[in-house]
Design a protein around this ligand. Sequence first.
Ligand code: C5P
Length: 283
Amino acid sequence: MADAGFAPAKVNLYLRVTGQRADGYHLLDSLAVFAGVGDRVSAAPAVALTLALRGPEAAALGAEPDNLVLRAARALAEAVGVAPAAALVLDKRLPVASGIGGGSADAAAALRVLAALWGAQVDPATVAAGLGADVPVCLASRPMRMQGIGEVLSLVPPLPRCGLLLANPRLALATPAVFRARQGGFSAPAPAPPAWPDAAALADWLRPLGNDLEAAAIGLCPPVATVLEAIAALPGCLLARMSGSGATCFGLFADANRAEAAAAALPAAWWRWGGGLSGAARP
Ligand code: C5P
């Protein structure tokens, strides 16, 4: 991978809750894509394991001893059979607890940079699922269909050129609370993804598939509805929807320029970003 330390935001273009396991985890069906905005993880040789936090969103993380980046480092070191020694730096740009997989993306980026630093002969994918349901797809960092609890991944047809806008009202939502607040039964999985000729066709295909956590998130955090309405009203918006368990919502646009211009029209008090996809999107 060209930029192993980049930890892009994960966006669930649709998210269907299809069942629940005996251990409480939910079975999902989701199409995950990656935005051109993200955190960054770097690793340098050191005699012990350390993590320095930087960036505009670092304050929200605090000095968490159980940071997922450190857990990823320890899990990989154990799998590889080396001492967990590295000086890690996490440049935090994505809002914390916001439904775009920031922590999972950071863990995945840590696995990639540490596998390179330690010359690991072990595939980091072997430890990814143990760190969280979203870590395997973040390790792939390309458009993927997620099933199981998120760890069963399959490739989808190349995405058409499109733009993505992300907006968060700067309110954190805890994923377990949103799953618990969800009402109603389970959804059928989505039909097999077709080859979408353009962003409008992708939006038409996504429209009926929804995000089964959206109503629960709005119940816990009513401003999510305001964000969705604001995005839907932006010129050129093809689809407005919440990502993951929220509160970040996205808008789909025909191209990156339109998404970038649209983001600038949203309230400055929100965290907002507009641009293109990262990963295996068609140019
Ligand atoms: O796996 P991860 O630590 O990211 O999940 C956080 C929480 O989200 C879980 O403890 C669980 O409550 C909920 N979750 C779920 N079903 C999933 C993924 C997450 O219920 N597929």
